[in-house]
Write a protein that binds this ligand. Sequence first.
Ligand SMILES: [Zn+2]
Length: 130
Amino acid sequence: MKRRSGVRGARLVSPTTQVDRGGPLAARRVSDYWCAEDHRTSAAFAADVDPPNEWQCRVCSGPSALERGTAPTALAPKFCPRTPYEFLMMRRTEADGQLILADALAAMRTGDYPRAGAGPRRSGSRRTRT
Ligand SMILES: [Zn+2]
């Protein structure tokens, strides 16, 4: 059985259990924001501070403005997936591809293709011509 040190059931820094109930709340003001999709988002701020001009929409996460109809349109998502060809072109140049192709074609014409150790090849996936 694992032995624990310290006082069981208590943390070193425990949160206080004291709660102010029934006390006066700080004055606050609710501001409404509208996004470009016309979603309304309400946010409460302290009464003595100015609400920010822009807030995030709770529905579409786009930018929302205090005045209805003035919110900027959300930017396009930054994630743009790359195709396998783009990943290939990041690693190789066009000249590399021509060299590899010429090498493979030359090996194929001499009957040396696929070469041993050129990569994992399963015997079941090899095509046989009749
Ligand atoms: Zn929205």
